[in-house]
Write a protein that binds this ligand. Sequence first.
Ligand code: SF4
Ligand code: SF4
Length: 357
Amino acid sequence: MTKVLIHPATYDTVKEAVDLAFSHFPQKLSGKKVLIKPNVLRSATPAEGIVTHPAVLRAVVERVEEEGPAEIIVGDNPGVISYGANEKTFEDTGLMAAAKGYYRNIGNDSVKADFNPAFLPSVSISRIVLEADVIISLPKFKTHGLTVMTGAVKNSYGFLPGAQKAKLHQAAGSPERFHEAVVEVFKLRVPDLFIVDAVLGMEGNGPASPDLREIGKILASDNAVAMDSVMARMMGLDPGRLRFFRKAKEDGLGDYARESIEVIGRLEPIPNFVLPPLGGEAILKNKAMQDAMRQKTQLIPEASEACTGCGTCVDQCPVGALSMGDDDPPHVDAGVCITCFCCQEICPEKAMVLKQP
Ligand code: SF4
Ligand code: SF4
């Protein structure tokens, strides 16, 4: 039987809840490479409730330091709006300071991985995700216009750098298939521990809704499906109604049935919690969001006059889409490029610009 911890917390007392999470779900961290991945959707203040709160990240980092010595890496690939602004997004959200010097731009070093060809033949994934011995995922308790809720499974979507997130949205085509695509990304590397920031949660049309709820909890589990099942029930939602739960169960990732989960703490629905429409209409009917995603997937990088010809981008491109002659700037093969935008992230001269082909 899988276990899920629900523990009262404020951002001032969060370390106690995080310590309790580690005692219920112990991890062997000494001498290990440990990736800590908050949910960093975009630039926002902690009070907006859009990203994992810095107090939660700091408490987890300190706990891992205590359990170590470990090689700690804190990183994420911000979503549709913040491509190419990894450092700035961490600074703006307060997560850079909370990372205590362990921040790494995981968007500028990625590798190609085979994917389910029903969606895309391959994706580019941040290299550290595949190299880490232990991954600690820090989702935020939020609603989501396309997946209804975003928690432990959906937080792994940030393993993909650049415009691939938007590309996969488009390749999926419908909310049902997008639910399945989210599970396919999750399966690329299942994290080991999930600690959810449910101190300040979000309802309504997330993942960037102004409608916040004081929940006052930290949740934790070592199984994402059980974790999300408990979150769904707190939202007043039957998890079996959502395709990503059924797909995750079919793929052997865990069970969302209430009787298969031991809850440590009090599991109570949040009164009058407002969910987005169950069919994913909140994003599908959002024309500005659709246009932004379409535009991002049509851009490809191009070297500007600031290019010094250092060759770093050519070395780092995960699919070999860049080539460079002796006196020429790098050239992008648009037919090969998977729009991960790693070259833009990594260029030391900020010479890679995104253009319509
Ligand atoms: S990394 Fe930047 S400066 Fe170096 S070759 Fe590529 S575009 Fe030019
Ligand atoms: S050329 Fe395309 S595939 Fe290669 S690093 Fe740049 S964006 Fe990614």
